[in-house]
Design a protein around this ligand. Structure first.
Ligand SMILES: Cc1cc2nc3c(=O)[nH]c(=O)nc-3n(C[C@H](O)[C@H](O)[C@H](O)COP(=O)(O)O)c2cc1C
Length: 278
């Protein structure tokens, strides 16, 4: 009798287990088939994010390497970028270690250079059709740019399904692992439980207090980021997150708008997490 009860209990546990599993897979994983993480990184920030994504996905990884590496400092890279863009020089790349035909989904990572993917990634994208594949972008940047880079990739790869992935400022790469895990779970690339974040509040005018938070987060950045005109917020496990509507005026007098996200953890200085330019 005891044995029968034990068997019944075991069967019940298995049924509960299957039921739990099937309720988790209600939303389909958009990364169909075999997955590759493929990245270009000049100074290591994108490499760190790529390795974290690869570990969480448990998939293959490879990197894009320029035959003539971009190994100068920031100013030298800017100067080389300017010259190569002017001369329409395409970065020549070393062959990959993997065969792209083996993969259905590619997490494609790059640093943002002048608002879009870095030149070696531009060469990779223009040389490979990636037809029929799902491409999930990821990027590191000084302030932002994954949105435009993803749109540019979608235009350059019309026969691929290009989705916007995870982006992080190079100054915050140490914070990336938890954010990457959240991104992968929220978008069903991996299984897991994560508390959903609340919606942002309705935007209001900027108060003296929220302006102070904005300036504490943004004023030490190497380029001016503008002035906040509206703000909304929400509570996250990391602290209060603010979404600022920002106006800036460039040197030629033209106005532009952007959205700047700021995180203010308790007892820590606020930091901006990304700039989304309109
Ligand atoms: C030539 C060049 C242009 C850049 N342009 C931008 C830019 O437009 N926006 C931005 O937020 N960061 C820009 N950056 C900063 C890089 O995106 C950032 O440092 C990135 O994290 C570097 O990644 P890596 O370490 O993987 O090379 C630029 C850097 C370089 C070298």
């Amino acid at each position: 009798m005891k044995k029968l009860n034990l068997l019944l209990m075991l069967a019940l546990l298995i049924i509960i287990g299957v039921a739990c599993k099937s309720s988790k897979t209600e939303s389909e994983n958009p990364a169909e088939g075999k997955t590759l993480v493929l990245y270009y990184s000049q100074t290591g920030a994108t490499k760190a994010v790529a390795e974290e994504i690869q570990q969480l996905l448990g998939c293959d990884i490879d990197s894009i390497i320029a035959v003539k590496p971009y190994d100068g400092d920031f100013d030298q890279t800017i100067a080389r970028f300017m010259q190569e863009s002017k001369d329409s020089v395409k970065a020549e790349l070393k062959p990959l270690n993997v065969n792209l035909d083996d993969y259905d989904t590619i997490f494609l990572g790059f640093p943002i250079w002048f608002g879009t993917y870095a030149l070696p990634m531009a060469s990779f994208i223009s040389d490979n059709s990636l037809n029929g594949k799902t491409i999930v972008t990821f990027a590191t940047f000084g302030s932002g740019g994954i949105e435009k880079a993803t749109l540019d990739a979608a235009v350059a790869l019309p026969a691929a399904d290009v989705k916007e992935g995870y982006g992080v400022r190079n100054a915050r790469v140490a914070k990336a692992p938890a954010e990457i895990k959240r991104f992968l779970i929220e978008n069903n690339y991996i299984d897991g439980e994560i508390e959903a974040l609340p919606e942002f509040s309705e935007p209001t005018d900027v108060s003296e207090e929220t302006a102070e938070i904005f300036h504490a987060a943004c004023d030490n950045y190497q380029f001016p980021l503008g002035n906040p005109v509206s703000v909304s917020s929400r509570h996250t496990p990391e602290g209060i997150e603010y979404e600022f509507g920002v106006k800036s005026t460039s040197q030629d007098g033209s106005e532009s708008n952007s959205i700047i996200y700021v995180i203010a953890p308790e007892n820590e200085s606020p930091e901006f997490t990304r700039v989304v330019r309109e």
